[in-house]
Design a protein around this ligand. Structure first.
Ligand code: SF4
Length: 211
């Protein structure tokens, strides 16, 4: 039964957050699971034939969209399969669409992300024409302070995932390091999406996905 209660809570919180994001100018969809989210992403949000950039995301990986994006139906800037990662990430800033996860969402409609190089938050802030964010309900917290705390708390896991040589990978705890391989360099808060109507799109998924 515990899983049923989590699903119930996830739906309530996800739909409350949806309304808040809508009021702030986002296009928002709700998906009961990753399969529904994948169908929404590929069938409704992302047209075929467009150029696509990617932010590193465990949630996108869980949706298993990369094989589809690598088909001739899309023009993918493939950051995972390239000779020059820096160049591909720069090119991605000019893509028509950018797909990414989120590090934290608030129930009041704010999004918080932290980056190493800044390529992902740069794209979100002022890059591609359309940003599509996929996020499990586990990313939703109540306040902006909690969102910032969340992104700092999950940072060691991201370092581990990306094989960064950082103190937190050794200990599991943040040491607020001051080294070139530090991952926590750029913090972006997206307070509002009214500036460019329709630019920000969000699929909230009633599953625990990513960190
Ligand atoms: S500041 Fe450094 S030690 Fe702390 S989580 Fe980020 S990379 Fe790890």
């Amino acid at each position: 039964m515990e899983n049923d209660y989590r699903k119930w809570r996830g739906e309530k919180r996800g739909k409350r957050a949806m309304e808040a994001f809508r009021e702030k100018g986002w296009n928002v969809w709700y998906a009961e699971d990753r399969a529904e989210a994948k169908a929404l992403l590929l069938g409704t949000c992302l047209p075929k034939g467009v150029t696509v950039g990617l932010g590193g995301s465990e949630t996108l990986a869980a949706l298993d969209v990369l094989p589809v994006l690598r088909t001739p139906d899309y023009q993918l800037f493939d950051r995972y399969n390239c000779a020059d990662h820096f160049a591909v990430c720069r090119d991605s800033l000019m893509a028509e669409y950018f797909l990414t996860g989120a590090n934290a969402l608030t129930i009041k409609g704010e999004m918080v992300n932290i980056d190493c190089s800044g390529s992902r938050v740069a794209a979100m802030a002022y890059g591609p024409h359309h940003i599509i964010v996929v996020a499990g309900v586990n990313k939703i917290v109540d306040t902006l302070d909690e969102a910032v705390a969340r992104v700092r708390a999950i940072a060691p896991m991201n370092c581990k995932r990306n094989n960064h040589k950082t103190p937190c990978v050794e200990t599991g705890f943040c040491a607020d390091c001051n080294i070139p391989s530090r991952m926590c360099n750029h913090l972006l808060v997206t307070y509002n999406a009214q500036k460019f109507a329709g630019r920000f799109n969000l699929i909230i998924i009633n599953e625990e996905l990513g960190f």
